[in-house]
Structure formats: structure tokens, C-alpha cells
Design a protein around this ligand. Sequence first.
Ligand SMILES: Nc1ncnc2c1ncn2[C@@H]1O[C@H](COP(=O)(O)OP(=O)(O)OP(=O)(O)O)[C@@H](O)[C@H]1O
Length: 236
Amino acid sequence: MIQLTNVTKRYLATKAIRQCTLSMDSGKVIGIIGENGSGKTTLLKLLSGLLKPSKGIVEIDNVVVDRRIANKLAFLTDSEYFFPYLSVMELIEFYNSQFDDFDKEKAVEMAKFMNLNVEQKIKYLSKGNKSRVKIVVTLSRNAPYVVLDEPFSGLDPMVRKAIINGIIKFINMPEQTLIITTHEIKEVEPILDEVVVLRKGKIIAHETVDNVREVNKMDVVDWMEQLYSKENMSVS
Ligand SMILES: Nc1ncnc2c1ncn2[C@@H]1O[C@H](COP(=O)(O)OP(=O)(O)OP(=O)(O)O)[C@@H](O)[C@H]1O
């Protein structure tokens, strides 16, 4: 279980996360959504121990998060720089040497599923294929927590659906918990159990997708737009 208690993260003058308290149960697929700059990446970096909170506590399975969490959490970064001089196969070998929980056979199978040429150097791959490589090496770790930051950036809409289905095929539910940030909400909604909505560093909602659909009678995008317009009205 992931628990944030009164967490604030400040970058100099910017408060990227503001007094957030949030519990996320294990064994679920959870989407973190919100407009640009709302704090999604910062939240994921706090969960992954890449950033320390300025205030408050981040815990995973009742242990305060620090860099050692890397043993039980696989993190897909949205960073552009990603081992350019290695081939896909060399990258798979590298991950295999670094992580005890890495499943090389799964990585090779997933690379095939993603239509990747494993002999190709990463620097010569298209942006979309680089995104696929990141998904392959991250999901090939049998870590209890898998955190994906914008995994579909650069993927064209025609392949996105297949990749999203691939993620669900290769993730091991309910042993793994998947947390995902995305702007492609409509496409990801079918695989989500819960959504957390961020606005200006604050959590403005945390709901099951079933509740959004059944109680609010709308899809997640319309629901988020409604929440944002209510918040915007209450500010003005
Ligand atoms: N290293 C940094 N130094 C200073 N400010 C930062 C830094 N990283 C993020 N910020 C600021 O913190 C806020 C939240 O940024 P963050 O990247 O977490 O948002 P996001 O929701 O992931 O955005 P996007 O959807 O555009 O990726 C923004 O105002 C951003 O400008």
C-alpha cells in the first residue's frame, strides 16, 4: 500500500505538490491525471524515492520511501536521454545484470510483441520505438510496484491501443500494482481501477472508475473536466 501524509514538495519558489494525503491499495491499476504542470511527475518521483518531500511522509508498505525503494519499484521515466549507445538487446542484458527481479525471457518476448528489432541501437530508434523499449525494460521487472510516467508519449494513436493491451497482458495482477500518469485518458480508462486527479499540486479527487461511470454517469475525461470547471469557478 502507498500512503502519502500531508506531503508538500517545493522546487525553490514553486510548490509542485501541496499538502497531499492519499492512500493507494496494492494490486490495482491507478491513473494519475491532471493538466500540464499539475504535479503528476513530481508525485511519481516522490513515490520512487527520486525526490524527497519538503514536508510530510511518503510510505510504501509502511516503510518511509528512500532510494532503496528501487528494489521493489520499477519506474519508467519520461526522460529523453535513455542509454543511446546500447542496442535494445544490450539494454535488456544491462537491466538483467542490475535487477534481481528482471525476467530476461519476458523482456525478449515483450520486445517481439512490441515489434522491436533488438539488434538496433537505441539512438537510431524513432521516438515511439524508444517509448516501447522503456515499457519493455520496466515491465520486465517483477517488482511489486510499477510506475509509468507518460508511457505513451510519441506513440501514434493506432498503436497506442495495442501497447495498452500489451501492458495489461504483461503485468502480473494482483501481485503487481500499476501507477500510470497520462494525458491519453480515454485510451487508458479501460484498464484503470482508480483515478487520482491533480490540479495545481493538490489532489482534487480520488475515485474508482466504476464509481465515476455508475454514480456520475460519465467517462473519466468528462468527469475531470467537470471537476476542473467547478474548481475554476470556486477560485474566481
Ligand atoms: N526541477 C524543477 N525545478 C523547478 N520547478 C519544477 C521542476 N520540476 C517541475 N517543476 C514545476 O513543478 C510543477 C509541477 O511539475 P510536474 O512536472 O510535476 O507536472 P506534470 O503534471 O507532470 O506536468 P506535465 O503534464 O506537463 O508533464 C510545474 O509548475 C513545474 O514547472
